[in-house]
Design a protein around this ligand. Structure first.
Ligand SMILES: Nc1ncnc2c1ncn2[C@@H]1O[C@H](COP(=O)(O)OP(=O)(O)OP(=O)(O)O)[C@@H](O)[C@H]1O
Ligand SMILES: [Mg+2]
Length: 261
């Protein structure tokens, strides 16, 4: 039996990260994408990252996931340097990326199978399917699922590895507006149940305000953290409260001014 309220989060520290890629029009020239990015997430914090397309948000998540390495700077999970991918860092993308030939249960088990721990952790599979409300669909295939259900399966697949940090790259971006709002509540419920540290990339300012403890705003490439805003609103949050709308106007205004500059 999994203890769903167990705290298993870890802090995350990013210090002076720099990353360049070859320029598309001149591959011999390197073009900076991230320039001196520094921030920290406390264990159990939910922080959103917003910024213009191409500013390096996904690149940053890939570096934290250990799928690529930085040119300079330091990335730490707790006090351990990040050097390669690890099960303690989960990554969920906009596309749920489920294996179409596997049932929901087998998809959720996939990480356990890859790590050779399925036998030991077998009973957790049912717990996690219940956690995301998919137990009835255990034997269904991905093409039987709605977009929101498929994304819930992808979240369960990431959470079953007990990540200490969950990296979410526009995880709700492909959903319609109503499903998206319901899924925001789902993700918040999972976060409250597991208290995993979460870093959420989103283009949706309302989503960032509704969900986060803090919002970090990045500038266009080379990406830097331009501003960090703490969201001190009580949860559950009211999307149309005065404080919510004031924050929304403030961020929109800032992005507009940042765009002009
Ligand atoms: N492997 C790569 N090789 C070369 N250039 C890359 C590579 N990965 C990313 N880039 C470039 O780095 C920049 C940042 O890309 P990234 O995907 O991180 O942006 P993003 O902020 O996630 O954008 P979006 O909001 O559109 O998802 C882009 O200009 C992109 O072309
Ligand atoms: Mg991206």
């Amino acid at each position: 039996m999994v203890t769903l309220t167990k705290t298993e989060a870890s802090s995350l520290s990013i210090r002076e990260i720099g990353k360049s890629f070859p320029a598309p029009d001149d591959p011999l020239t390197s073009r900076p994408v991230l320039d001196g990015i520094s921030f920290s997430l406390a264990a159990g914090e939910l922080v959103s990252l917003i910024g213009p397309s191409g500013c390096g948000k996904s690149t940053l998540l890939r570096l934290i996931a250990g799928l690529d390495s930085a040119d300079s700077g330091e990335l730490l999970i707790g006090s351990d340097p990040i050097t390669h991918p690890g099960a303690e860092r989960g990554l969920v993308f906009q596309d749920p990326n489920l294996f179409p030939w596997l049932t929901v249960r087998r998809n959720i088990e996939a990480g356990l199978v890859a790590r050779g721990v399925l036998r030991k952790k077998h009973e957790e599979v049912d717990e996690f399917m219940r956690l995301v409300g998919l137990e009835v669909f255990a034997n269904a295939y991905p093409h039987h699922l709605s977009g929101g259900m498929a994304q819930r399966a992808a979240l369960a697949r990431a959470l079953i590895n007990h990540p200490k940090v969950l990296l979410l790259d526009e995880p709700l971006g492909a959903l319609d507006a109503f499903t998206r709002m319901r899924m925001q509540d789902e993700v918040l419920r999972l976060w409250q149940a597991r208290r995993t540290t979460m870093l959420l990339v989103t283009h949706d300012i309302d989503e960032a305000i509704y969900m986060s403890d803090r919002i970090m705003i990045m500038t266009s490439r080379p990406g830097k953290i331009e501003r960090t805003i703490s969201i001190a609103l009580d949860r559950p949050r009211q999307r149309s409260s005065e404080d919510f709308l004031r924050l929304r106007a403030d961020i929109l205004n800032f992005l507009h001014l940042a765009g002009k500059a």
